[in-house]
Design a protein around this ligand. Sequence first.
Ligand SMILES: Cc1ncc(C[n+]2csc(CCOP(=O)(O)OP(=O)(O)O)c2C)c(N)n1
Length: 318
Amino acid sequence: MPLTSERLQDAYRQMLVIRKFEETIRSLYQQGRIRGSFHPCVGQEATAVGGCWAIRKDDYMTCTYRGHGQAIAKGLAVRAAMAEMLGKATGCSNGKGGSMHFTDPMVGLLGANAIVGAGVPHAAGAALASQLQKKDNVALAYFGEGAINQGVFLETLNLAAVWKLPLILVCENNRYSEMTPSHETTSHIETYKRATAFGIESTQIDGNDLELMYDTVVQAAAKARAGSGPTYIEAMTYRLWGHMMGDPEIYRTKEEVAQARENEPILRLGRRLMELQCSESDLARFDGEAEAIIADAFQFAESSPAPESADAFTDVFI
Ligand SMILES: Cc1ncc(C[n+]2csc(CCOP(=O)(O)OP(=O)(O)O)c2C)c(N)n1
């Protein structure tokens, strides 16, 4: 069933929460408060919310280092996400994982991953477990188009097809892998065609269209739950900020970014809500509500303790 107009309003607010989360982290990063790297998902909020809202809380999801938005959309508490960024004991990984290792098994978030492509077999493993245990859970893997040349990606696609795994493969194609235009590194940049070659039902969609993203993943999930195997979705999107903090962005023009801003998902969903009878003041109210969620999360993280040094080696597996 498509999202009702009330749920679309919720989705809009959720996308704003994600956007403001990233803006807050950027500001903290600039103040030297964030350790390690930060890869913002600004501009990619519709793939996160549309995808994660289309599956259940007890379904599984894996994402990349650019996965803050996806983690929050899957149900990770914003407080726990913010605290993790600040290295606090109340963070989702007890303050010891940071930006690239958001995890919360209670909401099916099996883990973000800094290794390009590595989350894809993890999601397939969760899908296989579900299948073997005769459960109806599905697993969704997010990855960038830079992952499709990894051997493990191709091996996973093959097994997912052979075993008809309840797996949803979501490629967020934002046209760049780090600082390289993806057509310079990939023979066929329409990545869904590669999945088709494995016999996997594949499609390419406008990933900045929240409703389309949601509907496409709903269908893929229904198919997977019915035992009819994996689906590959190439969601075309664009990251509006650099690959990471400090990216000089010399590989693309300011005009290109400005043009992409016209097509960005929050602006677009805002326009759609206006068509559905929301007023400017409704949109401003959603913005204020999102702001309050972020302010609360920041307050929580600020007042949380750092991990105890005695815990340095707990949760460490070798
Ligand atoms: C196995 C591996 N090789 C190289 C890197 C370095 N690296 C980090 S991000 C990145 C680009 C990935 O691009 P893409 O998959 O398109 O995702 P995006 O960053 O655009 O979200 C690379 C090559 C890595 N983290 N892991």
